[in-house]
Design a binder for this molecule. Structure first.
Ligand code: NAD
Ligand code: GLY
Length: 366
């Protein structure tokens, strides 16, 4: 049975479909969208050998003409050069306005395919087939697409909503455990900012740190509730005029940690985990959140095999300087998303630098 979660946008409504072995029905799902015949499948050198043949077989048996663009794997390749490669393949295969780009991969492939689709011939359809937990619950939903600039992550981009997000949970079986945990950080984020019941269900589970220690029922719940949370938020605030900012919970300090460690030592999910611990401590220091709930959050993060301390040797002054460069800084004030209870947060730019550095001091020694 498939779960279907609508993303209710006035101009660009679409569905998130979560279906076991859904990859083999990709063609069927796309047929229902009344798209043109030509498809450009974009993937990478890791994911394509695992799942490319099944995706293509399904599309071809539904009558689509499929060409492929395979990019090298990694955040380092989330560049305009890779976008150029997608355009070149689009040109070689005469991709017209009725064509569709399909992203088969994690968030890197999804963000790039979406950006190429947003800009090729001033915008064509695209479909997300996310293959990491992080991309399933976060990156594939909501239409933020783009690439990195040498000076900063995701500086170049466009809002462009997919026509469909198709999630096949079975593909998580090949995902490296560290990538699975990175996705769990975003799932825990939804529990803290939006869905207290999801948080409680995860807290009651004995293992959360690897796919095979979680029951299929809980995986299903994690996927549906997380996608629902993201769909709810994006439906209310597509272009991040207000509410959508809560999705950045844990990302303020998280981004600083990620960038200061070169995006490799600490991955995105690990950095978000550290950022959520820091935001929780700030909220407690400001009397906005109870210590008891912050402890519960940190315990869940640990249960998911994620870090709660700053990496050893990371300079706290450097974090403070990096915070000032963050995209979320307005008029020199750093914006924080802070919990008020499990399932609810508030956004504030009034956290003093003293409180930030006091909290960070208490988080050293990871
Ligand atoms: P990723 O795309 O780099 O994937 C992680 C690794 O897992 C890669 O090596 C990939 O090839 C491999 N992989 C993917 N699926 C696999 C599978 N099923 N089996 C085996 N290996 C597999 O990383 P990610 O964490 O998915 O995404 C991170 C990116 O997403 C970042 O660039 C970030 O900026 C972006 N992002 C975007 C949004 C958004 O709203 N658009 C939100 C969050 C993150
Ligand atoms: N990942 C944050 C957002 O989609 O807004």
């Amino acid at each position: 049975m498939a779960a279907v979660i609508p993303v209710n946008l006035p101009q660009d409504a679409y569905e998130i479909v979560i279906a076991s072995h859904g990859l083999d029905k990709l063609g069927e799902y796309l047929s229902g969208l009344k798209l043109g015949k030509n498809i450009l499948l974009v993937s990478n050198s890791t994911v394509f050998p695992l799942y490319g043949a099944r995706a293509i077989a399904s599309l071809e048996s539904a009558g689509f003409d499929v060409s492929e663009c395979l990019l090298p794997d990694g955040e380092n390749y989330k560049t305009l050069e890779s976008i150029q490669q997608i355009y070149n393949t689009a040109l070689e295969n005469r991709l017209e306005r009725s064509a569709t780009m399909v992203a088969l991969g994690g968030g890197v492939i999804g963000d790039m395919t979406g950006f190429a689709a947003a800009t090729w011939l001033r915008g064509i359809n695209f479909v997300q087939v996310p293959t990491t937990l992080l991309a399933m619950v976060d990156a594939s939903i909501g239409g933020k697409t783009g690439v990195n600039h040498p000076q900063g992550k995701n500086l170049i981009g466009a809002f462009h909503q997919p026509r469909l997000v198709l999630i096949d949970p079975e593909v998580l079986s090949t995902l490296p455990v560290r990538e699975f945990r990175a996705g769990m950080a975003e799932v825990i984020k939804y529990g803290v900012i939006w869905d207290g019941e999801l948080f409680a269900k995860m807290a009651a589970s004995s293992g959360l740190d690897r796919m095979d220690s979680i029951s299929p029922e809980l995986i299903n719940l994690i996927l549906t509730r997380s996608c629902q949370a993201k769909a709810d938020v994006v439906s209310q605030d597509e272009k991040e005029a207000g509410l959508r900012a809560i999705l950045n919970y844990g990302h303020t300090i998280g981004h600083a940690v990620e960038s200061l460690t070169g995006y490799t030592l600490v991955n995105h999910g690990e950095a978000v985990a550290i950022g959520m611990v820091a935001a929780g401590k700030i909220a407690v220091a400001l009397g906005m959140w109870t210590e008891a709930e912050a402890v519960k959050q940190d315990a869940l993060i640990t249960q998911a095999g994620l870090p709660t301390k700053l990496p050893q040797g990371l300079d706290i002054t450097a974090i403070a300087i990096t915070l000032q460069l963050d995209k979320k800084v307005k008029a020199g004030k750093v914006r924080f998303v802070l919990p008020t209870q499990i399932g609810a947060v508030t956004v504030t730019d009034t956290v003093s630098s003293e409180v930030i550095s006091q909290v960070l001091q208490g988080m050293t020694g990871g």
